[in-house]
Design a protein around this ligand. Sequence first.
Ligand code: COA
Length: 377
Amino acid sequence: MHHVAITGTGVFTPSAVITNDELVAAFNAYADQWNAENAAMIESGALEAKTHSSSDFILAASGIEQRYVLDKAGVLDPARMFPRLAARPDDQPGYMAEIGLDAAQKALSAAGVAAADVDLVICAASNMERAYPAIGVEIQQLLGAGGFAFDMNVACSSATFGIQTAADMIRAGSIRRALVINPEICSAHLEWRDRDCHFIFGDVATATLLERDEDLKGPHFKVLSTRCATQFSNNIRNNNGYLRRTHDQMEDRRDMQFMQNGRKVFKEVLPLVSDHIAAHLAETGVAATDLRRLWLHQANKTMNDYIGKKVLGRAPEPSEQPNILQDYANTSSAGSIIAFSQHSDDMTAGDKGLICSFGAGYSVGSVIVERSHGDRT
Ligand code: COA
């Protein structure tokens, strides 16, 4: 068995930002327009009028202040309310490959590793832009990486499940270096016309480079242990799929986008995640008091506050459990990796931390890491 380390991470952040106020103004204009168009049906009681959204509610309910998106104009157009991304010809890189490539190159450059030395690329994300060929194989080719590549989808847990998959192959010796890439174009599967969830998601791509922990020269994080778990639930669901045409269901239906029963998710996922982390720490022989940092999935601030308190047995300091969701919103599988990438440089040799993502499935994945400075310690 070989040991595994995370030697680099990279984050691609789109340049366009939508603040809560901008989002709410567009939603309210859309709601007013819809109500005017359907005035007679609303009057007769056949339809319910749409109510306004509010920035205060969004901040209080989620902790989100803004989100990055690939296309701002389409999302904020009250007559459209979803991004406009021009279809790409087959001989040009797809959108997921393009943003995933950027994050991957940053991770490689952080580690000082050449793309040709990577022998596995996993594209792990909540949605895939097409059925095949795999986005991972496209990124492998654009990068000039060797070996092989594939896609996997475990919704919001895709990053940690991808890390476990890659780590297991490195441990077993079938590969030496892997990139786990999470291009999340959440703006394309969010229903921006639904007040209950229109504020939840943003776009981003992250990449994590894992290497065999053998004579590593630079700073890295040893992967002490990984653990994944799933439990079926319909409370976060998207019915869009390849059988759509066979069902004669090609229309723009609500369940073709992200749907959730937010309250139930809260109630059921919190104990699942807290118990999972406690069991993982016990199994690895790491005490909660040994954890210097928690890099949690970035869906909701109240959720993270609850999990942090359960894990540590006290309210964590903001520096112990950094949130990035105020800037990025929920970026599905990428959230915990953004937090890890942006809030781990200050850790000193021997410091331990835990990356944890969770979401649809239900699914939960955790990675326990320990800072090492390689030869420089
Ligand atoms: N603006 C103003 N009011 C809103 C609103 C909006 N955009 N959306 C909902 N409301 C209202 C509701 O109508 C409701 O009013 P009522 O009490 O009069 O019925 C009230 O605010 C509370 O709504 P609710 O949906 O129960 O809010 P919540 O406190 O559960 O927060 C979420 C909503 C989505 C932020 C929260 O459930 C959540 O984060 N869940 C975790 C799940 C998650 O993030 N999953 C993502 C995938 S991992």
